[in-house]
Design a protein around this ligand. Structure first.
Ligand SMILES: [Zn+2]
Length: 423
């Protein structure tokens, strides 16, 4: 009996310690960057990534109709090809469908970013992935900046349980989730991680239920020492279906996002539950709460809607600038650090992102209260600092995710998985 009592006591003690550790890891820090990846006249940024699953004109076109009428931009994913032996009507159209291809092109012309949801709705081997990137480049005239893996497609790399930094968690997760992923398995027909950095800059990974993605993942886009060769990772916020989307963007959440000067990268499927049933055989109307939610945000001048590629470029450019400034003060700080920075070399592909960034000079100089934000370009000019596009890659000096941030993402992701399992 006494032994049993000791065991129970030890287990309770262990549970308390684990709960305290989880609480410590889950706590979201107050973002402290003086740089913001949105213009000075905006309070936050929202980047919607629309996974193409189950695309059908009757369910998705009404959502884009409203988004386009509000003048918002987002990231739409596509499949380049129909999956072999699968009826496209059952999983969603691909670019092999002429009407869909023409519609996607129209949406691209409106300013939406088009990128792959890997090549097809099913497993894609290396050759198919490469061919899909060519198809996309033919369509849009440029290489996409990001990749978004689909569900349990085997060509995904460091996906599913492989994302977990602990063998016990991996094992437990593997018991309840299907899928094996071979994108990083040398010798597999699905291996392509070695080519991935030449094709895209960023890949979406962990999803959480919190609206402020950047607060949870302040180092994004980040490199992970455990995933060599992979492009830079970024997290997303869960708005996967109509209900999740509307509750993620409830008014009080959006108000908080603005107060926190936050950034939300949203994971959603516009084909899933954004419209109502057709009345009398006509077009399917948007759900009223979806219409109200998008309209409220679209007309809110403090919110910037931006493509995920543009947003991630801005964040990566901010990292270049922060790292350069950390190595020496700007003109005004020269006295403090003893060094001045007059030029900052950045990956040339990132240079256009400069106009989407604002800076809070007060916070940069260590003041506790923020000051008026100003466009990055004019602040740099005033400080006598020049941004120089250089022959460096976006991976040079990439930011590494720390252990605590990784665990926070893992724990948040796992808690999201309990309610809404994804690949
Ligand atoms: Zn998908």
């Amino acid at each position: 009996m006494r032994v049993l009592g000791k065991i129970v006591l030890a287990l309770v003690g262990l549970a308390v310690v684990l709960a305290a550790l989880a609480a410590f890891l889950m706590r979201v820090p107050t973002p402290d960057s003086a740089f913001h990846p949105f213009p000075a006249d905006r309070a936050c940024a929202i980047a919607i990534t629309d996974d193409t699953d189950y695309f059908a004109f009757e369910t998705v076109a009404p959502v884009y109709g409203l988004i386009d009428s509000l003048g918002l931009t987002l990231t739409k994913t596509v499949w380049a090809f129909d999956a072999e032996g699968v009826d496209p009507a059952s999983v969603g159209l691909s670019l092999e469908n002429d009407d869909y291809r023409a519609w996607v092109l129209e949406e691209a012309v409106r300013g939406h970013e088009i990128t792959l949801h890997t090549a097809t709705a099913r497993h894609d081997d290396r050759e198919t992935m490469l061919a899909a990137y060519d198809v996309l480049e033919d369509l849009t005239g440029e290489r996409p900046r990001l990749e978004i893996f689909h569900s349990y497609n085997r060509e995904a790399f460091y996906w599913g349980s492989e994302r977990l930094p602990n063998p016990v968690l991996k094992f437990l997760h593997g018991l309840t989730h299907e899928g094996s992923f071979e994108g990083a398995t040398e010798g597999s027909p699905y291996y392509w991680v070695d080519l991935s950095r030449g094709l895209v800059r960023y890949v979406r990974s962990f999803t959480t239920n919190d609206i402020n993605t950047l607060a949870l993942n302040p180092s994004m886009p980040y490199e992970d020492a455990r995933t060599p060769m992979a492009p830079l990772w970024f997290a997303s916020s869960n708005g996967r279906e109509g209900d999740y989307f509307v509750s993620l963007f409830a008014e009080d959440n959006v108000d908080r996002l603005k107060r926190e000067r936050g950034v939300s990268i949203v994971y959603t499927h516009f084909a899933s539950d954004f419209v109502e049933e057709a009345r009398g055989g006509g077009r399917r109307p948007l759900r009223r709460d979806v219409r109200e939610c998008l309209t409220r945000m679209g007309r809110d001048g403090e919110i910037e809607f931006v493509t995920a590629g543009d947003l991630l470029d801005r964040l990566r450019l901010i990292q270049f600038i922060e790292d350069a400034l950390a190595g020496g003060g700007t003109g005004t700080e020269a006295g403090r650090t003893g060094r001045t920075v007059s030029s900052i070399a950045v990956a040339s592909g990132l240079a256009p992102a400069i106009d989407g960034i604002s800076v809070d000079p007060g916070r940069l100089s260590g003041a506790s209260a923020g000051s008026e934000r100003t466009p990055l370009r004019s602040w740099l000019r005033a400080e006598g600092v020049e941004i120089v596009p250089a022959a460096v890659s976006v991976y040079d000096g990439a930011r590494r995710v720390g252990w605590r941030e990784r665990w926070r993402l893992v724990l948040r992701w796992l808690s999201t998985q309990v309610s809404t399992p994804t690949g």
